[in-house]
Design a protein around this ligand. Structure first.
Ligand SMILES: [Cu+2]
Length: 63
């Protein structure tokens, strides 16, 4: 389980974009998001650095 904070995640569109970015790395990833706290929890086989890079590329750099 990876826990990230993504400050720019502010609506459902962001959640979709973040989920899509993770799934390009690991199609079977489980992505849970909490908009209020800007937290993203991931169950994935992808590495943390790869995830951070993908989210940053998607425009949602983790804090
Ligand atoms: Cu949004």
């Amino acid at each position: 389980m990876l826990n990230l904070t993504v400050p720019d995640m502010s609506c459902g569109h962001c959640v979709k974009a973040i989920t899509a970015a993770v799934k390009t790395l690991d199609a079977n990833a489980i992505v849970e998001t909490d908009l209020e706290s800007r937290k993203v929890s991931l169950e994935t086989t992808a590495g943390i650095e790869a995830i951070k890079h993908a989210l940053t590329e998607a425009g949602y750099p983790p804090a």
